[in-house]
Design a protein around this ligand. Sequence first.
Ligand SMILES: Nc1ncnc2c1ncn2[C@@H]1O[C@H](COP(=O)(O)OP(=O)(O)OP(=O)(O)O)[C@@H](O)[C@H]1O
Length: 650
Amino acid sequence: MREDVEALDIRDVTANWVNAAVLSAQIDERIKALADLSHTPLFFGRLDYLHTTQEGQRFYIGRRHVHDADGDPMVIDWRAPVSQPFYRASRKDPQDVALRRRFGYTGGDLTAYEDEHLSDPAEEEKASRLLQAEIERPRVGPMRDIVATIQPEQDEIVRSGLAGSVCVQGGPGTGKTAVGLHRVAYLLYAHRERLARTGTLVIGPNRSFLHYIEQVLPALGELEVRQATVADLVAHVEVRGTDDAETAVVKGDARMAEVLRRALRSHVTPPAEPLVVVRGSRRWRIPAYELEEIVTELLDRDIRYGAARDALPQRIAHAVLVRMEQAGEAPDDRVQDAVARNPAVKAVVKAVWPAVDPAKLVLRLLSDADFLAEHAAGLLTADEQKAVLWAKPPRSVKSAKWSAADAVLIDEAADLVERTPSLGHVVLDEAQDLSPMQYRAVGRRCSTGSATVLGDLAQGTTPWATASWAEALGHLGKPDAVVEELTAGFRVPREVIAYASRLLPHMSPGLAEVRSVRESPGSLEIVRCGADDLAASVVAACRTSLEHEGSIGLIAADARVPVLAEALREAGLPWLSPGEETTAASRLTLVPASLAKGLEYDYVVLDEPAAVVDGEPDERTGLRRLYVALTRAVSGLTVVHAAPLPSQLD
Ligand SMILES: Nc1ncnc2c1ncn2[C@@H]1O[C@H](COP(=O)(O)OP(=O)(O)OP(=O)(O)O)[C@@H](O)[C@H]1O
């Protein structure tokens, strides 16, 4: 295929040099896309259909489509409809599949295969060893794709249609992130043209997380997907300030949207004076009550403040034209445009419907107690108003110490003034941590598209973390999204997840425990030491973990990170920070507990669980943070503690 593209002669098919340059750039892209990747085999599966239906057809399934010299398919793209039974067929529902074969590779070499004769009642169901080997394959570098081993319940989410939004609740390591990314790849395949026009976006909690997942889609051949944090989306101002929890909760509450709406609309002042337009020798007069009718009509219609402001001069001009017609004139559109641009009309618009800068509007709300009280009446209590008001009001938008929550308020105000363009599809990962106002900010970026919302209520660690998906989806503007639950755990071995799940009843009662698909006895070790030996014991545990292949994460309460960094330095153990790529030479990452969410390591050493819990403002958040830290390990977890373990782990 590559040689075919390389041999293309475009001299006779291009009309001019621009065409030629564009076409040859496209050809270069195609050649690049067809490059061999030494560790990525062309196919990972085979399906043989029963003779009765597909004439005994046999398909090889891979990451991309491959055809032979005659153009006949040799490998089918995993996203094509014919590939679907590879992921979905089962003994209960064989979907006409006689044989499903999975291929195993080591490096780029074919080293194993596994057969299932789905239509043979005599054959027993067995757990896939290739799946287990794939999960336990040591990790170096960023997250990998899972195309070869997507599970049936995951596949249903991956292939659900573009029209509907989906929300996935799933415990740690159930594959939510993987499913979300593969869904984007699937949607781009199934709706390529539409999404190329409207765009797709993946939203993650922080830079290091985005860095960790950024290679998955390119490895599947999808290079066009944007990635961002919520903060990136609302970067209208520079964020230099922070809020205490109480303030941030009020600022993130959906009631703030109504406060902003009222405050913005309060800028519209009913006209008190009539309008007089002079044209040539004639004067046209529109009385104040008629201007007011026009303004009221625009206010009542649900259009953006800015759009209404743009429409107002034409509405007024129309009223003038009606007067002209009544007087026997025959004005045309050009006259209407000229009237709309008349200085008298412009002056009315400026007085009645002034331009509003979103950041200035928020600045005033947070600085001016009376202005806030007027628009928050009946919405925010006196205490809540006090919580959001700045103690020392800044002088200008530039000098204000905006917080992350303020930036979201400005985004809301900006959208009230001018509609935020919507993308075709948005994937929102770690969604449980968003405030209602943040959900709204994401929601307006997919208002005419659809969303995939991924999260785990038990891992919510912000003071505003959502308590129910129904509520969150309401704020997102997708109340009809289907909520799916993933309960099979791929990352964390059974023993470790069972240990972490002891926390569930104390922090998120009612949520289902993850069922691990992997039994790995000996994967959990708990080491007790004296307070003076803690750092040394942690370093020793890291050394032991480093004897294994793969990545090692040392997770600790944020406050303990400097102490441990020093201990590692003294011991001569090099380490990385989250977001820095692990390599074969550098495999140990020192992870503050606040950044551990969404990440994973082959072996994890967890420093002093009690400190992780105590690092949070309340016990529930502390236990949730600990739950996140306890569920990052793929092959082994060593917990090292000097202080007593939190009693909920007993
Ligand atoms: N079907 C699968 N085949 C192979 N590996 C899988 C499969 N599903 C998930 N995994 C692996 O399990 C691990 C956890 O997946 P992922 O990070 O997507 O889970 P998550 O639900 O987002 O976890 P968390 O809640 O901790 O963020 C990853 O290494 C992923 O590649």
